[in-house]
Write a protein that binds this ligand. Sequence first.
Ligand SMILES: *Cc1c(COP(=O)(O)O)cnc(C)c1O
Length: 437
Amino acid sequence: MNGPEGDLIDIRYDWNKVEIPSSLKEFEKRWATRNNPLDYSGVWRFRELLPFAPEDQIVTIGEGQTRLQQNDGVAKYAGINPGNLFLQYEGMNPSGSFKDNGMTAASTHAKMVGAKVTACASTGNTSASLAIYGGTTGLFNVVVFVGSGKIAYGKLSQALDYGAATLQIEGDFDDALMQVRRVCDEAGIYLCNSVNPFRLEGQKSIMYRVLEGLNWEVPDWIVVPGGNLGNSSAFGKAFIELKELGLIDRMPRLAIINASGASTLSKLYNEHGLSWNDGEPDLKLVADYFQKMDEEDGRACTIASAIEINRPVNLLKSLRTLDACDGVVRDVSDELILDAKAQVGRFGFGCEPASGASVAGAKLLREQGIIAPSDRVACILTGHQLKDPNATVAYHSGNHQALDRTGPVEPHFGNAPISVANDFSAIMDVINNLPSL
Ligand SMILES: *Cc1c(COP(=O)(O)O)cnc(C)c1O
């Protein structure tokens, strides 16, 4: 499997040296041996599919206890037939986002190479995840770089609570990432951003669990929010490998959903014709695009802070996914993202704004006739509902100052709190007039 010249490192295995189960169903045997932490982990119970670490080096804190949930309320909203829409709820991870799937793998590799300090730049969830792995295992000291004023409070509070040294850089995520890469080079610190290819190995397991939730059948569509594009890159790699190993018989299609205010991939792919091109994507096109963006000081802007990224580091790897999975890319407005998030909250477990992009994207692709009502669609809910309570409360109470970052946002499913005097009859008046009673 080739990575394009000059791009990030890609992990490859000599599969002849690995004992691969003859079918994915074999992995179910590990449900019976859950007292072994490696069989309990939703990542490492698939360890033959990411065989880079000796078992005694694996760092796990019980990540990946997530399941695929069928959801007809959200299906109706997205225009998909009952029974066909599924939510992969990654908010149930120890730090509340899918990032733990990758961080268990990066932490394992850090341990293998004897790292004592690990670092990352983050829009929030990467830092929360790295911090929890440092805190619970005691293996590393953790330094996280965040853009100032950009991080959702739930996430910042985690990094602080788990004891990470937290640097608030005067700038945004793209600035913080550039700095942390230099710092790690200079100071010999182990870098845990998704430039780290081991993270992507762990994130492949999200797709294994989606397949597991469908009794090992391949869905028609995977829909995933796109920020730094680590997840989408990992998902494509997972399916390419499974197909090569003969463990699946067909590829799903895959949709990557940007926020309209952070739509580098969507623009390059849909408007500038960037493609994988057999492993030789047009690097000049990309360089010119970024140069123009810099000249215009183009900054990412969306309420979905986890995908507020203009320079996705896994851009080229994501093109491989799009090529392998007959993929599409869309960008959706903050309004659509927040409405979709509210529908997930109303019918599902809830999620943070960035995760809402997957449901918003599924709805859009359904309206465009690209997803059929009869397609089976798995939307990835990347982060927990409680990560960004400010955005949720702003939406429900119609706080336009907080909501209108890229244009006016009209909440269509708002559920504003009702102010009432501390007075029994006034309260009963309200109760008697509640439309829902
Ligand atoms: C990191 C993150 C994303 C973006 O994922 P990428 O792999 O960077 O594309 C989306 N949603 C949430 C909640 C995240 O934490």
